[in-house]
Design a protein around this ligand. Structure first.
Ligand code: SAM
Length: 540
């Protein structure tokens, strides 16, 4: 398979592995809940490279649908490339070409920088997706072709789902000849056959529903009719049909009826064949509204169905009563359409370039429409993560007084927990006693790095030191974010004797030091890891 080569690629290919784990610090006063938790809807302020890494312990393999709308690299949107990639050659290149850290139009290596920015993020997003999950990425012509090849490399060519054309405008831009009326939404799955099994049809639009009528008061309700002929010649589908008013029909040249005669007779008996108002027409087959499962999605998404840029701006004005609140929002209906086809009612949805928080609104609206319990995780690095991203969440949850839509006026309901990125969890800091992580954050990090499995914060019991159970281990952590305490405390025989009864797995115990010998450890089924040196992945 051809792969894409770009400047810096060798240095960023594995950068996602080198990114340090950062703490996720709850900010209660900005949250819209009494119980701030990583299992709630989440809004995280910080660079998404660090935030995605910090989400791995709780959400690796758990996200059903990712929607992202990254900077398009237009040269004037002011996106910055400032990932701290540890390579002198990379630093030299960036120092020579960046103005500040912004990537502008004159920069001849701006595509390379964009790809350097995207690659490690896409790799982390891939890790976060569930096996039946999929990613949908808004993009335009500037990077679309490069992104496709990069996605082939990261997700695998066979996991390509579709490149959707979204009609973003309602009329041509008169200032530009051959201006773009559409953008793309590129989608890839983690495992195509598994994703395809879960792919949903779209609910019928109001316009589609209105086409169903009931001129004959059919007890099965409104219906539409379709041609009862099929292409080709099949001998047992060539028979004479008599209309109720006695007009005889035979399939036209080159065609046959859709069903064999016995099936046709059954349909007539059930009242499912229509011969027109006068009972003399060519037979047509009825399809009932209440039997339609929805419409099959395809790759052409018109602005009528999936909204357009002006609509997105109007939504911002409706919610914030100001046109300047956010410049480049997407319409809620675009993201809602993605969620309709690619999520279950209890799915986790992630948007790591959250902007004005349209994804949160789409998730909450869809939950309100179908009684679902989907959860969103949003990441936004700018200061407006609180004043715009989260604020939109607060307003749509509580109700937008001037909104046209009744649900939005009443409020969509729900909660969210707000987190910011904290310090990196680093060995040197632990040794120096600087920026020591909280017990819960350290537990989350250790559990995941040691076992490679999902961490559940609800399992923590600080009194016994228990932090969770993996396939092979019951895991314990004896720790306080206090250097003096760490210097003076150790795993003792008393503590070992007081451990909760063994459930049959080995015990993995993290503590600053142990005052029990190896024989005792073997007897009590203990694998001991000394903090901070032995933070390693046991994963068996
Ligand atoms: C095009 S906007 C997304 C708009 C969004 N879809 C909406 O409907 O409002 C891209 C957003 O990604 C944010 N962003 C860019 N780089 C980021 C990064 N490294 N980490 C987190 N957010 C980032 C920008 O600040 C901007 O708000």
């Amino acid at each position: 398979m051809p792969t894409l080569n770009f400047k810096g690629k060798t240095f960023v290919q594995n950068h996602h592995l080198a990114v340090k784990y950062h703490q996720l610090v709850p900010v209660k006063e900005l949250s819209l809940t009494d119980k701030v938790s990583l299992h709630d809807n989440l809004i995280i302020q910080g660079d998404n490279l660090k935030a995605l890494k910090a989400l791995l312990p709780t959400y690796a393999g758990k996200v059903k649908c990712i929607y992202i709308d990254p900077p398009y690299n237009t040269g004037n949107e002011g996106w910055a490339y400032n990932d701290n990639v540890n390579s002198p050659m990379m630093q030299e290149w960036l120092a020579a070409t960046l103005k500040g850290d912004k990537v502008d139009k004159e920069d001849l290596t701006r595509h390379d920088k964009w790809l350097c920015m995207m690659m490690p993020r896409l790799k982390l997003l891939h890790e976060l997706l569930s096996e039946d999950g999929a990613i949908f990425i808004s993009i335009d012509d500037i990077e679309q072709h490069y992104l496709r090849v990069l996605l082939d490399e990261i997700f695998g060519e066979g996991n390509f789902i579709a490149n959707i054309m979204w009609q973003k405008r309602t009329s041509p831009d008169s200032r530009v000849v051959l201006g773009a009326g559409h953008e793309f939404v590129i989608s890839y799955s983690k495992n195509y056959p598994l994703f395809y099994e879960t792919l949903k049809k779209l609910e019928l639009s109001e316009e589609q529903r209105e086409q169903f009528k009931n001129p004959d008061n059919d007890p099965l309700g409104p219906w539409v009719s379709s041609d009862f002929t099929a292409q080709g010649y099949r001998p047992n589908q060539m028979y004479e049909i008599n209309s109720p008013k006695g007009k005889k029909y035979f399939p036209p040249e080159g065609k046959c009826w859709k069903n064999v005669e016995s099936a046709y007779k059954k349909l007539v008996k059930e009242g499912r064949i229509w011969f027109g108002n006068d009972g003399m027409g060519m037979p047509r087959r009825k399809t009932y509204l209440n039997e339609r499962e929805g419409s099959v999605p395809w790759t052409w998404w018109t602005n009528k169905e999936a909204g357009h840029n002006q609509e997105a701006k109007k939504e911002i004005i409706e919610i914030f009563e100001s046109i300047t609140a956010f410049d480049t929002p997407k319409p809620t209906s675009l993201i809602k359409r993605i969620l309709q086809i690619a999520t279950e009612r209890d799915s986790v949805i992630l948007d790591s370039f959250a902007g004005s928080g349209t994804t949160a609104q789409a998730v909450l609206e869809l939950n309100k429409d179908d009684g679902g319990n989907r959860k969103f995780i949003l990441v936004e690095m700018e200061d407006y993560a609180n004043t715009i991203t989260a604020e939109r969440g607060r307003r749509v949850i509580k109700g937008v007084p001037g909104a046209k839509n009744e649900n939005l006026r009443e409020g969509l309901g729900g909660t969210f927990s707000y987190f910011k990125l904290g310090e990196a969890i680093e060995m040197e800091n632990l040794l120096r006693g600087e920026n020591l992580p909280t017990y819960d954050e350290f537990a989350r990090y250790l559990f995941y790095t040691a076992t490679g499995e999902e961490f559940n914060e609800n399992a923590i019991n600080q009194e016994t030191g228990f932090i969770g159970e993996s396939s092979n281990h019951e895991v314990y952590l004896f720790y306080k974010p206090d250097l003096e305490w760490l210097k003076q405390n150790a795993l003792t025989l008393n503590m070992v004797n007081e451990l909760p009864p063994l459930k049959g797995k080995r015990r993995l115990i993290f503590a600053p030091v142990k005052y029990v010998d190896d024989e005792t450890c073997r007897y009590f089924n203990i694998d001991f890891c000394q903090l901070p040196y032995e933070i390693y992945r046991i994963k068996q």
